[in-house]
Each structure stands twice: as C-alpha cells, then as structure tokens.
Ligand binder design. Sequence first.
Ligand code: NAD
Length: 303
Amino acid sequence: MTVVAFIGLGVMGAPMAHNLVKAGFDVIGYNRSPARADALVARGGRRADSVAEAVRDADVIVTMLPDSPDVEAVVLGEGGVLEAARHDALLIDASTVHPETGRAVAAAAQARGIRALDAPVSGGEAGAVEGALSIMVGGDEKVYESALPVLRAMGSTIVHVGPAGAGQTVKAANQLIVAGTIELVSEALVFLDARGVDLGAAVRVLAGGLAGNAVLQRKAPAMLARDFAPGFRVDLHHKDLGIVLAAAREAGVSLPLGTHVAGLIASLRAQGGGSLDHSALLLQVESLSGRRNELNALGAPPA
Ligand code: NAD
C-alpha cells in the first residue's frame, strides 16, 4: 500500500487527505495545530506528531501550507521533509507559493535525490471535498506521470504545464483572473441592485451568456445570501496577488487591472476583512457606492 504523508490539514488539505484515504492510500497526516488531524484519523488515516515522523516511511509527501515561508520551513528546515524523507520519495507541493520557491524546493530536493513537483490547485473547498480540483503541475514529465495516481484522487483536471515552478506561474494567472472576476461580479451586483433589478433573476440569465463564469455560478448565491464565511480567505488572496505582481514585475509585464484589484484587496484586508471569503469584495463596492457600510463593523485587524 502506498504511504502518503500529508502536511497541512487546513480548509483544503483536510478534504484532500480524506480523498486520498477514500482512494485506498495509507495516509499519515501532520498539522501544526494537532486537533486538525482528528478528522483524518476518524476517516481511517493516521496521525503524526512531527513532520519527520510523518515523512519517514512515506512513498509520497503532499504539502498544503499557507505561504512560501511555511513551505520553506517544513521542506527545507531543520527536521523537515528533505532531512527526514526516504531518498526515493516523491514530494508534491500543492500550496500556492512564488514560482521561485517552487524552483528552489525542486532544486534542493533533487540535490538529495528526492523527486519533486509543484502542483498548486484551483477549485476551492468544494473542489477539494468533491475531489474535483484543477491541478497545474510543474516539474519533470516522468515524475509527473508517476504522481498521477495520487493527483487523480484529489483532482479531475490535471495538466502538466512545464518545468519546476511552471505550476505556480499558472496558479498566479489563475488568482489574477479570479480576483478580477470577483471584483467585476461585485460591481455588477451593486449596479443591478441600485437599478432595482431582481438579483437572483439577473444572475440566472447572466450565467447562461458570455458573462457567465465560475465565480458568478459558485460565489454569487452566497454573496446574495450575504454569507462571507471562507472558503478562500482575503488574507490568502492578498498573499497570492503579491506573488502575481512580483512575478509579473520580474517578467517585465504590466498588469494595470490586476494592480488595481490588488490594491482593493489590500484595502479590504486593512479594514478588517482578512478572514472573510474573497467574495467580500462586494462589501467594499457597496461601501464605495454609499449603499451599505458593513466594513465599519469589521474593525481594524490586530496589529
Ligand atoms: P489553511 O490556513 O486553512 O490551512 C493551512 C494549514 O497548514 C493549517 O491547518 C495550518 O495549521 C497548517 N500549517 C501551517 N504551518 C504549518 C507547519 N509549519 N507545519 C504543519 N502545518 C502547518 O489554508 P488553505 O485554505 O487550506 O490553503 C492552503 C494553501 O492552498 C494556500 O497556499 C492557499 O493559497 C491554497 N489554496 C487555497 C484554496 C481555498 O479555497 N482555501 C484554494 C486553492 C488553493
């Protein structure tokens, strides 16, 4: 039985690990706050008390952590994945990090003989629960092929997009598109509401035309119900747009709309919206239009 170590059992990691158990893998999970492993154990997985314990006997190691410093600490740090894993192990980093981090992790892994892929995902918590994530994979093609049984347990659209770091570059483009689309869907909803149009009817017909998109389909119902529980936190999208702008700058590319939306997300976060779902951009458009001001009630984030 293939042993999969899973590190980072958060909003996304927990359901991804459950799907690996369902697919018949022997999954051993580790999370910094240990209670997050309880659900995995209840579903037939195992718990480890450290990164080293999780990866020691693993054939495959999946990391699903918030940001680049977390991945660097867990993979490259003392007692981390590269120090403790078997030399024939395969490391799949599914976190969203800077493409440069993806390349640095792959190079450090290769230096130890460990195969590595960057494999960030899209599809949100629902996609993770349903095992229907879109997974964009960077790294050696043969290594990608050897990872497919594990990736197929977590996703339904799995594409090899290039060498190490390329998966993260595609994920950055994904986050640029999603942020811009949420902003435009928010602006459309506020505009329609101000013009007295029934929002449910408008969303139904818009979804069937050229304006139809996954954000409108999946996020608008919760936006109309004013449910901004994450999902995907504003804090994480702020982190991702930092990656997008830095990578675009390095590539000499100008992103006028992306830069503007990054500023709007930074502002939403500064006003205390960091732990809301990114669809809370709606609150900001409402506030800018003088229609509702729920942002005041959020309070400033802790210093
Ligand atoms: P999350 O904060 O819910 O989960 C991260 C988990 O990692 C937490 O349980 C945390 O305790 C754990 N963790 C942090 N540092 C650790 C360490 N040093 N050792 C062990 N565990 C540690 O975040 P998430 O929403 O699951 O997102 C994870 C990654 O996936 C992020 O990079 C995010 O940008 C990306 N992502 C998220 C979504 C989404 O909809 N939430 C969608 C696609 C991609």
